[in-house]
Structures are given as C-alpha cells and as structure tokens.
Write a protein that binds this ligand. Structure first.
Ligand SMILES: *Cc1c(COP(=O)(O)O)cnc(C)c1O
Length: 384
C-alpha cells in the first residue's frame, strides 16, 4: 500500500494513439513525445509499452519518439533498439559523441552546428542523423524561415550527415488562428522550395497537440503529439468539439490516502500561515500528499479532492507532504480512505486541467510536476 501514487492506464494511451493515427490518416507518421518522463507517466514504461503493441493495436505504435535530451534518448534505447528518436533541441558540442553513439537525430538551427556534427561523425567513420528546425514564430530555436531553404541545401551536402527531416513549432495554436496560419504558410513555403530542389525528407512536421486538433496537416507528413496522447485536450480560446474530449482518455490518476480525521471548532486555523479560519465547527481530514509529491502549493485554499465520491475543499496551505481538506459533509471517512487528486471517483472527475486551473498553471506542468517519490502503478495489457 502506498500513501501517494499514480495509476497509469496503458490501455488508455493505446487508444489515444490509435485515435490520433486514425484522425491523421495512414500516410502520416506519428512521433510520440515522451520527454519529461513521458509527462510524468514513466518514459521507459510508456516507451516499452508502445513498442510492444502489435496485432489490432499496431496503429498505436509510434513511427518515432521525441525527447528533450540525450538521457531520455538513452532511456528509450535501454528498452528497445533501433527506434528513430529526435532530440527536440540543438545539441551541445560536448554531447555530439553521445548523440552519435545512440543514433539520435539532433535538431539543427545553424550551419556551424551541422558542420561540427558532420566533422565529428567523419572522425569516427560514421554518419550523423539530423533534422532542420525552422523558427516560424516560436522564437525559441531554429533557423529563421527566410534562411531555412539555404541552410537545408547546405546541410544536405555535408558528407557525414543524413538529413532526415525538417520541422517547426507553433507558438499559439490553441489561441491565435491568424498567427498560426502565418506560421503554417511560412513553413509550407520552405517545404515546397526544398521539394523543388529535389530534397526529399522522411519527416516534415509542424503540429503538436493543438495543431493536430485544429489544423490541416496535409502539407506535412508527421505529427508530434504529447499532451493529447496522455488524454488531455489543451485549452485555449479556440474551441474543440466535445466529441474530441470524449474520444481521448486521461491516462494518469493521482491518488493519496487519509491519515487523520478530526473535528475543529469555529475560529480554529489550519496549516502554515493560518490562511484558513474555520467559520463553523468542521470535520477535516489530513491527506498524505503535498507539493513534495506534485500536488501544487498554488492550490492552497483552492479547488478540491474527491473522497468517497464527494468533493472536499482544500483548506489552508498545501504543505510539502500533507494537505488538509474539508470532510464535514462526508460520513464514515476514516484513516486509509482513498483520496483522488486527479481522476474519477463515483460520478465525479478531477482532471489535470482542473487542478491546473486551481493552481493557476497548465496541465503540462501538473503532469510533469508529479515527483519521483510518487509510485507509478501500471494497469492494462501490454501486447496482443
Ligand atoms: C513538447 C513538444 C511537443 C509536444 O507538445 P504537446 O503540446 O504536449 O503535444 C511537440 N513538439 C515540440 C517541439 C515540443 O517541444
């Protein structure tokens, strides 16, 4: 028995990836984004699970994986050999050897980087694999769209590199349709020019979750789903049909247990900084989860958890290991009772997005913020 744990439903991620593949069509490759410990779900377990699928579940098997660093790439290699992996960032000079050793595709923003990788690969008698990153408006990494065609030509001629792809990243897909259209058309222009030079690339991609749900991918041949593969729909001012949220299944539940129940009198205060004062006699429960587990401190006096199928408000500050909640309306609550921080109980559900709202953040930060000490428990079949 655990005090604070996460349950990962492997069947849910399978279904989500099948849904994404069917939505994108047979000619679109799916690069599964498993950075940040697969958004807190366990990078090795999620990768191994997806690699193992076959039979009727083959659609859920990714064509490639996307990671943020080489440790994550090595973790994928440790559970399965030979899968294409893209590092979604530029490679530092002292990382080139590791990138080459693990055959990780690295992202290229400048000719200088590409030349160094080619020279290094040549010194080992090997070929490095790369993709060009194009900045169409994200302003983070990548060659400016105006220079992208020239860079692509130059990189494609380097002797010890294999140029496998080109990609860009949207900055505001969920909110700003016009800005997104500008990004897409800049990237389309680059892609058309490259094709006209006779350069054919395996991976041409622009869309993460928001773009996948809202835009037309027909000019490109790959997508990079992260959040939606974990069953969470990104939110913004551009609205999605309810059918989409219904089609995707949250993969992770975040749970804890009651360790103490007591009655308090009117006027008593709760937790650090005594930010909550009981307005009346109340029954409160201490829950064995806090910001040290990834239950955000910003949810102090905000939002709720579920106990015995009912909502219980968070009272006072969330502490590192424990949180106090109102159980005045719940009969028979006792030590050891299960507490839902994210997930379903009875007819009610708390999503990662709900918790993000209460903590004034986004579901990506909630999921990746679930900490090391939270035991991950896996449910569901792995292969067929
Ligand atoms: C993290 C990331 C993704 C996945 O984004 P989601 O919104 O979680 O789908 C895709 N592409 C790049 C470049 C990323 O950094």
């Amino acid at each position: 028995m655990y005090r604070c744990w996460a349950e990962i439903n492997l069947n849910a991620i399978t279904e989500n990836l099948i849904w994404i593949r069917q939505r994108m069509g047979a000619f679109c490759k799916v690069m599964s984004i498993v950075k940040a410990d697969a958004y807190g779900h366990g990078l090795k377990q999620i990768s191994a699970h997806l690699m193992s699928l076959g039979g009727g579940l083959l659609d859920a098997v990714p064509d490639a994986f996307g990671v943020a660093n080489l440790k994550e790439a090595a973790d994928i290699r440790s559970v399965g050999a030979g899968w294409p992996i893209l590092m979604l960032g530029d490679c530092l000079e002292d990382e080139l050897a590791t990138a080459l050793m693990h055959k990780v595709m690295i992202s290229i923003s400048t000719f200088d980087e590409a030349k160094k990788f080619s020279d290094f690969a040549a010194s080992k008698g090997e070929i490095g694999e790369v993709q060009i990153k194009v900045d169409t408006g994200m302003g983070r990494l990548g060659v400016q769209a105006t220079d992208a065609t020239e860079l692509t030509k130059q990189v494609s001629m380097l002797p010890n590199l294999r140029l496998l792809g080109i990609y860009t990243h949207l900055a505001a897909a969920e909110d700003d349709a016009d800005f997104t259209q500008k990004q897409i058309s800049l990237f389309k222009d680059v892609v058309e020019k490259i094709k006209s030079f006779g350069i054919h690339l395996t991976y041409i991609h622009a869309f993460s979750s928001g773009g996948i749900l809202l835009e037309d991918n027909s000019a490109f041949n790959t997508v990079r789903p992260g959040l939606i593969s974990y069953g969470i729909v990104p939110e913004g001012s551009r609205k999605f049909p309810v059918s989409i949220q219904n089609a995707l299944h949250p993969v992770l539940s975040f749970k804890s247990r009651v360790t103490y129940v007591k009655n308090i009198e009117k006027g008593k205060t709760i937790s650090y900084g005594h930010t909550f004062t009981a307005p009346k006699t109340m029954k409160v429960a201490t829950v064995s989860a806090g910001y040290g587990d990834g239950f955000p401190r910003a949810a102090s006096n905000q939002g709720c958890v579920l106990i015995k199928g009912k909502k219980c408000n968070v009272l006072g500050r969330v502490t590192m290991d424990q949180t106090i909640v109102d159980v005045s309306e719940i009969e028979d609550v006792k030590n050891g009772d299960e507490v839902i921080l994210i997930g379903k109980q009875g007819n009610l559900e708390i999503t990662a997005t709900d918790l993000a709202h209460w903590a004034n953040t986004i579901p990506w930060e909630i999921l990746t913020g679930i900490t090391y000490r939270v035991q991950r428990i896996y449910h569901g079949t792995t292969a067929s």
